[in-house]
Design a protein around this ligand. Sequence first.
Ligand SMILES: *Cc1c(COP(=O)(O)O)cnc(C)c1O
Length: 486
Amino acid sequence: MASTIYERSRPGRRAFSLPPCDVPERRLEELLPETLRRRAPARLPEVSEVQLVRHFTELSTLDYGVDTGPYPLGSCTMKYNPKINERVAALEGLRDLHPYQPESLAQGALELMYTLERWLAEIAGLAATTLQPAAGAHGELTGLLLMRAYHEARGRAPRKIVIPDTAHGTNPASVVMAGYEVLSVRSDGRGGIDMDELAAALDGDVAGLMLTNPNTLGLFDEHIVAIAETVHAVGGLLYYDGANTNAVLGLSRPGDMGFDIVHFNTHKTFSTPHGGGGPGAGPIVVRDTLAAFLPVPVIVREADGRYRFDYDRPQSIGKVRTFYGNFAVLVRAYAYIRALGGEGLRTASEAAVLNANYVLAGIRDLFDVPYDRRCMHEFVVSAEPLKQYGVKALDVAKRLLDYGVHPPTTYFPLIVPEALMIEPTETESKDELDRVIAAIRAAVDDAARDPELLKTAPHTMPVGRLDEVGAARHPVLRQRCPEDGV
Ligand SMILES: *Cc1c(COP(=O)(O)O)cnc(C)c1O
């Protein structure tokens, strides 16, 4: 473990030098009354500038990130985020823009958002976009509120949303938050929705269906057109959880599959650094029949080419976020799509699918492959065969850290026991993919030779097994002077 900043502290050391205070005592009194002032100086670490820089530089190397090595975390697309996007988002004219800036002085920003909306609509194969939702789950909630508004405008009030058992956890949570009931349907032997179960579940009380396609097994639902027809036949709508669209960009469009509402996670698919809970964006795109219900304001382009916000939308569900969404994240998505273009996006998806199939081929003999099909951008294997050594999926995941590879997602989707969910992404080269395969093979080798090595892994990280429940329930978020106690 790295030394704490307090261990480096020595009385009198400073990382700054300021001229003496020239504010008269009387003036100080006015500015800050006696009762509000510190009685004793704060016990801050006392370090020189170079010590301070070394401290933070050291801290920055303790964690594992996508800038450190491969990060094959399924269902969360941890692709490399080109640094140019950071430069673009930090351009003064974009970074320093105030949300209350008059429209006439923010035409460039409005054009950027308007253009991004059009691009996302094209990628989705649908008509109209809102950039407001701040994350994927927020997009889901917004989409469900749109569904409700749509049905209400038709004098209907269906209560249920159908979700397959492979769904991401946010789907049922959003359904409940939107005031609907979850109707779960099972998957069939090929990992798609069981069509008989679906037919039995559908009636006039179904408001819609939420689906990820390819789903969380990394499999494309072969019945999607039939699914869309049967859901539409009972008056329901189809919601596409497009958090991870990395497999289908420029190859297939949710709108063409029959979906009516789509959300994108720009922070996953369109390259904003994420994973630490930082800001994201979950724009949604809808069919023209739902456009009237989108959140206000809507960006419109006048005949003279000027852009403005339109608040005059009587059927709108209202605002779902302050101002216009996480603008800086949208700028990154714009920069990413603009740099790659349509061809580039398609190539990215093709490479993402190829890379996933390459890694699967390299390790399939080691595990159970519950749905043995060609995968899309990710795949799921089961570590059940390792149970004979007393080793679990979690142990394999932790051991990978010792081989310089970030663990994959574990124990999800829930229908696969001892699941390892692997998404290599398109930004890894063949060398890196070979390294991931070699690391997984080495970890499984270790399991047969010396299971203890896995059960106590990782051995090369600054910290070993963490008390994850404890960390969530009793987080320690501050470093305090040891004399003050932790
Ligand atoms: C990540 C993810 C979400 C939720 O997105 P957030 O931005 O974390 O709210 C929803 N669905 C799927 C399939 C996801 O992978």
